[in-house]
Design a protein around this ligand. Structure first.
Ligand SMILES: [Zn+2]
Length: 164
């Protein structure tokens, strides 16, 4: 299922409003970073975001990107995806309401985002047992494509990334 229900103008406004609420200026650089992030269908790293943002506005600096990322994740418009490497991945939060699990192919390191709505219930239930409140949770599954990658039978990793 592809979620294309998000209106681009709407997320733009949400981002502007978020910046204002934080007392931050809406600058062309910040908007370029935001647009670059939302153009990415798949996961991206900070460096990839820098490159994409510079293609929109070449005055965007690395420092601006690294300062913008925490703002974007705090706004909820971008999601941080930590798969235990020494750098983080990010992804536009096009469908903010559904919990996503990550399935990572051990051969190609490709990350798949799979809807896992029941996980939210699970996290809440186990936290409740301790009288606690869920702040965040993640489910990551390392997996291997059954057909392997040398043959042409790998059904997942060869496919375009936007499918879920
Ligand atoms: Zn694979």
């Amino acid at each position: 299922m592809v979620n294309s229900s998000v209106n681009p103008d709407e997320v733009h406004n949400t981002f502007r409003e978020f910046l204002s609420s934080k007392g931050l200026r809406v600058t062309n650089q910040r908007l370029a970073i935001f647009d670059a992030a939302y153009k990415h269908e798949d996961h991206f790293t900070a460096e990839e975001l820098l490159e994409a943002a510079r293609a929109i506005d070449d005055t965007v600096s690395r420092a601006t990107v690294y300062r913008a990322l925490p703002i974007l994740t705090e706004s909820g418009l971008i999601r941080e995806v930590d798969v235990g490497r020494d750098y983080k991945f990010y992804m536009a939060n096009r469908n903010a309401n559904t919990f996503k699990a990550q399935v990572i192919c051990v051969e190609t390191d490709k990350i798949f985002e799979i809807d896992a709505p029941f996980m939210e219930w699970y996290g809440k239930t186990v936290a409740d047992k301790l009288g606690m409140e869920v702040v965040s949770q993640r489910l990551q599954v390392m997996a291997r494509c059954k057909g392997g990658h040398d043959s042409k039978t790998c059904e997942n990793c060869d496919k375009p990334a936007s499918q879920s």
